[in-house]
Design a protein around this ligand. Structure first.
Ligand code: HEC
Length: 438
């Protein structure tokens, strides 16, 4: 395990570099570039392998103001495969990703610069405020709001947690008592405990709200998310697990080891992981999980141990971080297919809604518990969308910074404010932001 992690740790060290200068607002976004590529499975698989770490915008797609040549593409893809290919310690790409065919395809379709950037319509109802991260080169992956309105942010590259007080606009840094903590996801339980997912150390950590003391569980796999159930348990999934794919929980009320279950699904045809991904518990206790590469929604009934497997309507649509509404509807952003899907557990039917910006890369969905609206971060378009299920319509909120990859959103249940962070890797202008109604 340690050996496997080594390349990933080297890759983490890149995070210490100074952040790139902010890309001007008038430069083309990932959405502008991806719209030039022909739609279809090749494109969706390209998006899954290549659009999850950094923007594919002017800064990445051009050299000296012109599109990359075939040779330049081949070199870059080789470099990407060397630290994130299927046989590395961070196997986020499928085994079939290969430099030559990727370079052929990109060079064939990207012979010219895309037209000038599309303008995202201004959202007069919403204002966005940014809070610069104290460590500019960190990767602020997830955000969570405490009961008193402070915002906990995971510093994935610096191994700390940031706690933002929005009133004073100051960040406090909290250390985590695990070497190389690599905090990825964070959830706050109804009892106020912080559950933090530590990727590299294969650990789930719980911070007691009253004492500030930590308790940790080695879950034996690189966990992707934590999802809390009404019994106080924290569920986790093994990001790169395959044959078997693993899902499990820890129970803080007991002194027991983590319990894991095999998810009954085959690996991808090319032998890659299905990339277990989003994880949430529904109001009836169903544990819902998406597979980023496998393209399935999986529901586990923890009482019976029964799994239900629901493939998304289109292969390689890239279902990422789902949420479940109070009525049990599952909301799923289709990262590679540019749609927001809803799934009704009563009928096992999907309904899909096109995102009104092309190739916008919807990454995470979060339901506002007060209104039932669904907030969706558009990682490729520098915007957040708000879907109103009654009107079946989206409103768009453009972000002041358009090249941030927003990986998570948290809705403050008291105020309806929406929090997120720009988390490109390598770092761009990493900020925390807040969207509020005017
Ligand atoms: C795991 C995260 C990750 C993924 C996935 C990823 N990249 Fe990168 N990419 C990086 C990092 C980190 C750098 C900076 C590398 C450096 O400067 O050493 C980078 C740099 C680049 C560059 C800048 C030029 C260069 O060669 O240094 C290009 C172009 C690029 N990536 C294209 C791609 C393409 C195409 C894919 C899909 C095949 C991809 N990236 C997938 C992390 C990623």
């Amino acid at each position: 395990m340690r050996l496997l992690l080594f390349p990933f740790l080297v890759f983490l060290a890149h995070g210490d570099r100074p952040a790139d200068p902010r890309v001007a607002r008038d430069s083309r976004t990932t959405s502008d570039w991806l719209s030039r590529l022909p739609d279809g499975e090749v494109k969706r698989r390209f998006i899954l392998d290549c659009a999850g770490c950094h923007p594919l915008d002017d800064a990445v797609m051009t050299v000296g103001g012109r599109p990359r040549t075939r040779e330049e593409w081949a070199q870059s893809v080789d470099l990407m495969l060397s630290f994130a290919g299927a046989h590395t310690g961070f196997p986020i790409m499928t085994p079939s990703r290969d430099a030559a065919s990727t370079a052929d395809w990109l060079a064939e379709h990207l012979t010219e610069l895309p037209p000038p950037p599309a303008v995202v319509p201004d959202a007069s109802h919403w204002s966005v405020e940014e809070f610069p991260l104290p460590r500019a080169a960190d990767l602020p992956h997830d955000v969570a709001v405490t009961a008193d309105g402070r915002v906990v942010v995971t510093g994935m590259m610096s191994d700390v947690l940031y706690v933002l007080d929005p009133e004073s606009r100051t960040f406090e840094e909290l250390s985590i008592p695990v070497a190389g903590a690599n905090p990825r996801a964070v959830e706050i339980a109804p009892d106020g405990a912080w559950w933090v997912v530590l990727g590299g150390p294969t650990t789930l950590a719980r911070r007691d709200p009253a004492s500030g003391d930590w308790r940790t569980w080695d879950v034996g796999m690189y966990p992707h998310e934590a999802a809390l159930d009404s019994a106080g348990r924290a569920w986790f999934n093994g990001h790169f697990t395959k044959e078997p794919e693993l899902l499990g929980f820890v129970d803080p009320s007991e002194d027991a080891a983590p319990v894991t279950r095999d998810v009954p699904v085959p690996a991808l045809a090319d032998g890659g992981s299905n990339i277990p991904y989003g994880l949430r518990v529904g109001p009836d206790g169903t544990v819902w999980m998406t597979e980023l590469a496998g393209g399935r929604l999986i529901g586990l009934d923890p009482a019976s141990g029964e799994f239900r497997v629901h493939p998304l309507p289109e292969p390689f649509s890239g279902p990422r971080r789902l949420d479940v509404a109070a009525d049990g509807t599952v909301w799923i952003p289709e990262f590679a297919a540019n749609r927001l899907a809803s799934f009704d557990p009563a009928t096992s039917r999907f309904q899909e809604h096109d995102i009104p910006v092309p190739d916008a890369l919807p990454y995470v969905a979060r339901v506002d518990p007060r209104t039932g609206a669904i907030w969706v971060a558009l990682a490729g378009a520098g915007a957040v969308a708000r879907f109103d299920p009654a009107r079946e319509a989206f409103d768009l909120v453009p972000l002041p910074t358009r090249d941030g990859i927003v990986r998570h959103l948290a809705v403050d249940a008291r105020t309806g404010d929406v929090w997120g962070a720009y988390a490109s890797f390598p770092a761009r202008s990493q900020h925390v932001f807040r969207i509020r109604g005017r």
